[in-house]
Design a protein around this ligand. Structure first.
Ligand SMILES: CC(C)(COP(=O)(O)OP(=O)(O)OC[C@H]1O[C@@H](n2cnc3c(N)ncnc32)[C@H](O)[C@@H]1OP(=O)(O)O)[C@@H](O)C(=O)NCCC(=O)NCCS
Length: 200
């Protein structure tokens, strides 16, 4: 169900419940070691164009986001980029990262992405996280379009997007090519009108 103040709740609390078992929180510097460890796993990086990479690369990507979130908190405003961390409610074990970034310098256009560590694959966390972030995009950040893309072979990611209400809008044939494989790139999207229809 839509809750227009989810992002404000996250800005004012260390974490909020994602479901009975898991909490969700805004990214902080303390999460970086767990993110790096997850991205070092070849199972996780198999369909990620940016991984594996040296940890400095991840640091360089996430540090400005962490600073923007901190600045937004201190200025009592919403951040323009949102990265969320899922942790187990009882153990605090790291269970995933979901990102939402503005794109193309077009106000209202955002891109969503997510990575879940293998020990909690298949528990519905990527779907829950993607749905949670989609609410933030349209309800809190007033997105008019959210997009996502994935390797065609990444059937889990494509299914997460479909289950979250995203529609496949395109396919770039042979987009990914390296010594070991060739794969297509699938483009997904959701407009504000599609989001509103889904919510009604
Ligand atoms: C893809 C990924 C995010 C899925 O996370 P998850 O938490 O296990 O996904 P969920 O449990 O929410 O599953 C959602 C759906 O996808 C299906 N699914 C998940 N992994 C799958 C796989 N490898 N192959 C086929 N279907 C898969 C699930 O069965 C479920 O569908 P169903 O409800 O119809 O049965 C996770 O495997 C991951 O982080 N992979 C590495 C990083 C990555 O590829 N990120 C996405 C980049 S675009």
């Amino acid at each position: 169900m839509s809750n227009p103040s989810q992002l404000k709740q996250l800005l004012s609390s260390p974490s909020i419940p994602l479901n009975d078992e898991f909490d969700i929180a805004l990214l902080t510097a303390n999460d970086l070691p767990d993110i790096c460890k997850m991205l070092d796993d070849p199972e996780v990086s198999k369909y990620l164009f940016f991984a594996p990479s040296p940890h400095e690369v991840y640091q360089g990507y996430f540090q400005p986001i962490i600073e923007e979130i901190e600045k937004a908190k201190s200025e009592n405003r919403l951040p323009n980029t949102v990265n969320l961390i899922i942790r187990h409610k009882d153990t605090n074990q790291f269970c995933g990262e979901i990102g939402l970034a503005p794109i193309d310098f077009h106000p209202g256009n955002y891109e969503i992405g997510y990575q879940i560590p293998t020990h909690v694959w298949g528990k519905g966390l990527a779907t829950l996280g993607c749905q949670f972030m989609t609410l933030i995009a349209f309800d809190d950040l007033e997105a008019h379009k959210v997009t996502a893309d994935c390797y065609a072979g990444n059937m889990g990611s494509a299914r997460v997007l479909e289950k979250s209400g995203y529609i496949q809008e395109g396919c770039s044939k042979g987009y990914y090519q390296d010594a070991n494989r060739s794969d297509d790139k699938l483009y997904f999207g959701m407009t504000k009108a599609q989001f509103d229809t889904m919510q009604s």
